[in-house]
Ligand binder design. Structure first.
Ligand SMILES: CC(C)(COP(=O)(O)OP(=O)(O)OC[C@H]1O[C@@H](n2cnc3c(N)ncnc32)[C@H](O)[C@@H]1OP(=O)(O)O)[C@@H](O)C(=O)NCCC(=O)NCCS
Length: 205
């Protein structure tokens, strides 16, 4: 494997974390229902403790967190560990997260997944985040197309919901490109007293 500290100038720390990841991350892991997936350019790996450095770097980046709630920002690696443990609760569970890994160079670039899966109403919510260096290449569109098929065919959901800050234009463009339809605007006060204006979109099968 090439030395990531040499290959990348502006994001050497993140690439070092990725380097650490691939020293220790098993490419295949046992999972009952949720499984590793694949697209043309990406591996979608089930999130695991081996991803802790990448998850930490992702959720301490100002551009990634711009439209997140302040409580989503980690203060240390423990924050990543806690969140990864939540995503990895024993199955059956109502949430799952994948890490997007670029096939070309085995670099982790983002995450995507589902939460609040309600089997009775065949409903779940979608979430996704990508490190800014990788925006603008269609990677997230590609990843979401694949997990949406998984939701439809394996989870048997009839409706996927996306809640997006009304000013998050990239995310709104992404979700509309995938066929989601605007449903309503929700105005909410969060823990930090910030007033959020979230647009709710639905994709129905
Ligand atoms: C939301 C987010 C994932 C969108 O990233 P993105 O790079 O715009 O999404 P994609 O990877 O699907 O790339 C699509 C863009 O790449 C372009 N593109 C370039 N090459 C492409 C290709 N081969 N295939 C498809 N699209 C391509 C598209 O035209 C599109 O650009 P546009 O929106 O300006 O038209 C990203 O902005 C992000 O992580 N933001 C921070 C976290 C966040 O807001 N999460 C969502 C909370 S609701």
């Amino acid at each position: 494997m090439k030395n990531p500290l040499i290959s990348y100038n502006n994001e050497s720390i993140m690439m070092f974390f990725n380097y650490q990841l691939y020293q220790f991350c098993p490419k295949s892991e046992v999972s009952m229902f949720f499984k590793n997936l694949e697209t043309n350019r990406l591996y979608l790996q089930n999130i695991s403790p081996a991803h802790r450095y990448f998850i930490y770097v992702l959720f301490t980046n100002d551009d990634v967190l711009r439209f997140h709630y302040s409580e989503d920002r980690y203060t240390d690696l423990n924050g990543a560990d806690v969140e990864i443990a939540e995503w990895n609760q024993p199955e059956p569970r109502n949430q799952h997260n994948w890490v997007l890994v670029r096939k070309a160079d085995d670099i982790a670039i983002g995450t995507c997944g589902f939460h609040n899966w309600d089997r009775d109403s065949a409903f779940c919510e979608i979430s996704y985040d990508m490190y800014p260096d990788f925006w603008g290449n269609g990677y997230m569109t590609e990843a979401l197309q694949t997990i949406i098929l998984f939701a439809r065919d394996e989870m048997k959901v009839h409706c996927i919901e996306a809640g997006i800050d009304q000013d998050n234009e990239k995310s709104i463009r992404l979700i509309e490109r995938l066929g989601f339809v605007y449903n309503k605007l929700v105005i909410d006060e969060k823990q930090d007293k910030k007033i959020c204006h979230d647009k709710i979109f639905h994709l129905r099968f």
